[in-house]
Design a binder for this molecule. Structure first.
Ligand SMILES: Nc1ncnc2c1ncn2[C@@H]1O[C@H](COP(=O)(O)OP(=O)(O)OP(=O)(O)O)[C@@H](O)[C@H]1O
Ligand SMILES: [Mg+2]
Length: 628
C-alpha cells in the first residue's frame, strides 16, 4: 500500500513539473503529456501535421525523407523537457521505440521531417529513464535481478530511451537541388525521427563533396553508414578541383596514427587517387595549361615503390572501386631514386625503374646548414660559414669543381688554419678545432660527389607530371646520411618552388611532397639544422597553394611537428592515437577527441574544414596497389 501511495505521489510530482514547463512555453497541457497517447495530437490543426501515422510512410508523401527502411526510430517529444533551439544550440529530445533501441548509436545521423524540408541531425546523447517510478536501488531488487537466469534482459517497455539530437542543418530543395542551411527551426512534437537512407541527404547534410579524391566511407563507430542507393555506402571525397578555390591538397594534408595503425596502407590508397588521369592542376606560369601532379615520396621504410605494382583484387572489389570512382592498380610511371653511398646498395622492393644520383658538394654552398648535423654552438657556426664561403670562392678563382674532399684538404691545410686562427684571428683556435671535428665526418666522404648523375642535373627525370618519384633510404645504415639525403631533397624542392630564380621544371610541375616520419624533420627542436628546415617549410606551407606545392605529412607524433607548420595543414586524417599529447596536438572537437583512442584499424576522423563537416570514415579494407 505504502509503495503504491509513493508511486502515485511521485507521478503527481512529475506531472506537475511537466505542467509548469509547458505552461512556461505557452503550450496546452494536453500537448505535452504522456507521449504514448497519440490522441493528444488532435489538439493541433491537421494542416500542421504531415506526419500523422502512416503519412510519412505513404508513397504520396512530398517529404523527401529517404524513408525506405520505413521504420522510424521514435518520435520527437516534449514530455520530458521542452523542445527548444536558440543561438547557442538546441534541445531536441526523441523517444526511441522499444523495437528500435538496438539500432541506435551515439553519433548516428537522423532526419526529422517538416512538411517540405528536413532537419538533419546527429544523436549526441542517449539516456534511459524509468517509465514508472520505482526505486530499483535497493537490496531486494538487486538480488532479484541477479538471481534471474537471463538477468540482462529487461523489459524495454518499463523504460524510456531518450535521445538528444544535435541539429546539423536544415535540408531543403530549391530548383530540384538539395541544399542546406543553418538549423533555424524546431521540429514539431511527435514528428518521427528517421534513419537517413538517402545518400544525397547525407552528402548535403554533412557538406561532403560528391567527387574528388576518395578517402573512405562514412561510418559511425566503425559501422558503415548504409543508404538505399547503389552502392549503399557513402563515399567521402576530398575536393580536388577549382570549383570553390584551390584543390585542397595544396593546403596540405596530415595523416597521423600510432605505429601499426595503418598509416602507410591508407596513404598508398590515397596517393594512388592523385594519379587519376582526371586529377590535373593548373600550371603556375600559364593557368591554361593543366598537368597531373608529380608525387615525390620520402620513404624511410622502403614501402612506396610498390605503388608500381598491382594488388590482386577480386572482380567484386574492382567493381565496387569502379562504382565509386576509386582509382586502383599500379602506376607504371613509378621510379625509385637512390643516392649512391659507398658501402651501401639498394636492392629494390619492386620492379620500378631505379635511378642513381649523387649530391654534389656544390649544393652545400647555399645550404651550409645541411652539414651541421651535430649541433654547433653559435661561434662554431659562424666560423664554419666563413670557411665554406671562402672555400667556394677559392674554387671559383681556381676554376676547380668544389668537392667535399677539396673542402676537407682546405680545412686540414696548416697554412689555412694559421691564416684563420693566428694571422687574421677570424676564428679562435679551439673553435677551428671544433669545426674540423664536426665537419670532417667519415660519413660525408661516403655521400658527396659519387660516380652518378648529380641530383641537380636530374630535375627533369625526377619532377615529371604523372610520375611517382620514390626516395627510399632504408638501405643506408647511417641515420646521419639518411637525414642528409632527405633534407637535401626537401630543400631542393622547396627552394626551387619558392625561390624567384628557381628551376623552371620544378616550378612548373605540381608537386605533392610526401614525408613519412615527418616529425623527424619538422620538429621544432633547437638544432641549427631543424631551425633552417622548419623556416623553409613554414614558408612552403604558407605559399604552397599558389606555387603548386602540396605537403603530405605522415607521423605518429603530430605533437612534435612545429606548430607553425601544423597550423597550415587544412586536412587532418586521424587514425588511432593513444597518447594525450598527440591527441591534443591535432585539435579536434572534444566529442571526436574522445573517440581517437578507440579507432580500429582503418577507422579515422577527417578534419578538413574547407572540405566538409568533421566526420568519421572507414578506409578501404584492401590496398589499391601492392602492400606487403
Ligand atoms: N584498413 C586496413 N585493413 C586491413 N589491414 C590493414 C588496414 N590498414 C593497415 N592494415 C595492415 O596493418 C599493418 C600495419 O599497417 P601499416 O604498415 O600501414 O601501419 P603504419 O601505421 O604505417 O605502421 P608504422 O608505424 O610501422 O609505419 C599492415 O600489415 C597492413 O596490411
Ligand atoms: Mg608506415
Amino acid at each position: 500500500m505504502i509503495f503504491e501511495q509513493k508511486k502515485l505521489n511521485a507521478e503527481q510530482q512529475d506531472f506537475n513539473s511537466i505542467k509548469e514547463k509547458l505552461s512556461a512555453l505557452k503550450k496546452t497541457e494536453a500537448n505535452g503529456t504522456d507521449l504514448k497517447e497519440p490522441e493528444n495530437n488532435k489538439m493541433l490543426p491537421e494542416d500542421d501535421l504531415p506526419f500523422l501515422e502512416n503519412d510519412y510512410f505513404s508513397e504520396k508523401s512530398t517529404i523527401n525523407s529517404g524513408v525506405g527502411r520505413n521504420k522510424a526510430y521514435g518520435i520527437v517529444t516534449t514530455g520530458v523537457e521542452p523542445l527548444q533551439i536558440d543561438e547557442t544550440g538546441a534541445n531536441i529530445i526523441g523517444y526511441i521505440s522499444a523495437s528500435e533501441r538496438e539500432q541506435i548509436r551515439l553519433g548516428g545521423y537522423v532526419t526529422i521531417p517538416y512538411k517540405n524540408e528536413n532537419l538533419f541531425g546527429k544523436i549526441s546523447k542517449l539516456e534511459y529513464r524509468q517509465e514508472f517510478t520505482v526505486d530499483d536501488a535497493t537490496e531486494i531488487h538487486s538480488r532479484r535481478m541477479l538471481e534471474k537466469e537471463k538477468r540482462r534482459e529487461i523489459n524495454e517497455e518499463d523504460y524510456k530511451l531518450l535521445a538528444l539530437i544535435d541539429p546539423i542543418c536544415i535540408l531543403y530543395e530549391k530548383q530540384n537541388q538539395l541544399l542546406r542551411r543553418m538549423a533555424d527551426r524546431i521540429p514539431k512534437p511527435n514528428t518521427p525521427i528517421l534513419p537517413v537512407t538517402d545518400k544525397k541527404m547525407v552528402q548535403t547534410g554533412l557538406n561532403i563533396p560528391k567527387e574528388g579524391i576518395f578517402l573512405g566511407h562514412l561510418s559511425v563507430g566503425g559501422e558503415l553508414v548504409k543508404t538505399e542507393s547503389k552502392p549503399s555506402t557513402v563515399a567521402y571525397y576530398l575536393k580536388n578541383d577549382y570549383s570553390t578555390g584551390d584543390p585542397l591538397i595544396f593546403r596540405h594534408m596530415l595523416v597521423c596514427g600510432s605505429t601499426g595503425t595503418g598509416k602507410t596502407f591508407l596513404t598508398k590508397n590515397i596517393l594512388r587517387q592523385f594519379l587519376a588521369k582526371t586529377s590535373v592542376y593548373r600550371q603556375r606560369s600559364d593557368l591554361k595549361i593543366e598537368k597531373n601532379p608529380c608525387l615525390v615520396i620520402m620513404d624511410p621504410q622502403d614501402e612506396y615503390s610498390q605503388l608500381y605494382e598491382n594488388n590482386s583484387l577480386s572482380e567484386d572489389e574492382r567493381f565496387s572501386f569502379e562504382s565509386e570512382n576509386v582509382v586502383y592498380g599500379g602506376v607504371s610511371d613509378t621510379k625509385t631514386f637512390t643516392a649512391k653511398v659507398d658501402g651501401e646498395r639498394y636492392s629494390g622492393k619492386s620492379r620500378a625503374q631505379q635511378v642513381e644520383f649523387t649530391i654534389p658538394f656544390s649544393f652545400i654552398r647555399h645550404n651550409p646548414w645541411i652539414l651541421e648535423a651535430a649541433e654547433m654552438p653559435e661561434n662554431q657556426r659562424i666560423g664554419y660559414e666563413v670557411l665554406i664561403d671562402d672555400y667556394f670562392k677559392k674554387a671559383d678563382q681556381k676554376k676547380e669543381t668544389p668537392t667535399y674532399l677539396g673542402f676537407k684538404s682546405f680545412l686540414e691545410d696548416s697554412l689555412n688554419k694559421e691564416y684563420y686562427t693566428e694571422q687574421t684571428g677570424k676564428i679562435h683556435e679551439a673553435t677551428y678545432g671544433g669545426i674540423v671535428r664536426k665537419v670532417l665526418n667519415k660519413s660525408y666522404e661516403r655521400v658527396f660527389d659519387k660516380d652518378a648523375k648529380p641530383m641537380t642535373a636530374l630535375f627533369e627525370t625526377m619532377f615529371k607530371p604523372g610520375q611517382i618519384s620514390v626516395f627510399p633510404t632504408e638501405y643506408i645504415q647511417s641515420s646521419r646520411i639518411r637525414d642528409l639525403i632527405v633534407l637535401s631533397m626537401m630543400t631542393v624542392i622547396v627552394d626551387n618552388k619558392l625561390g624567384t630564380s628557381g628551376n623552371e621544371t620544378v616550378k612548373d610541375t605540381p608537386i605533392i611532397l610526401v614525408l613519412d616520419e615527418a616529425h623527424r624533420y619538422l620538429s621544432g627542436a633547437s638544432s641549427a639544422q631543424s631551425g633552417k628546415i622548419i623556416h623553409k617549410f613554414s614558408e612552403a606551407a604558407k605559399q604552397g597553394r599558389k606555387e603548386g606545392l602540396g605537403l603530405f605529412l605522415i607521423t605518429q607524433d603530430p605533437q612534435d611537428i612545429e606548430t607553425e607548420i601544423l597550423k597550415q595543414v587544412n586536412t587532418k586524417v586521424i587514425l588511432n592515437l593513444n597518447n594525450d599529447a598527440a591527441i591534443n596536438a591535432v585539435k579536434v572537437p572534444k566529442e571526436y577527441e574522445k573517440r581517437v583512442p578507440y579507432l580500429k584499424k582503418g577507422q579515422m576522423i577527417i578534419h578538413s574544414p574547407d572540405n566538409g563537416d568533421i566526420v568519421e570514415i572507414t578506409g578501404l579494407s584492401n590496398c589499391v596497389v601492392k602492400h606487403q
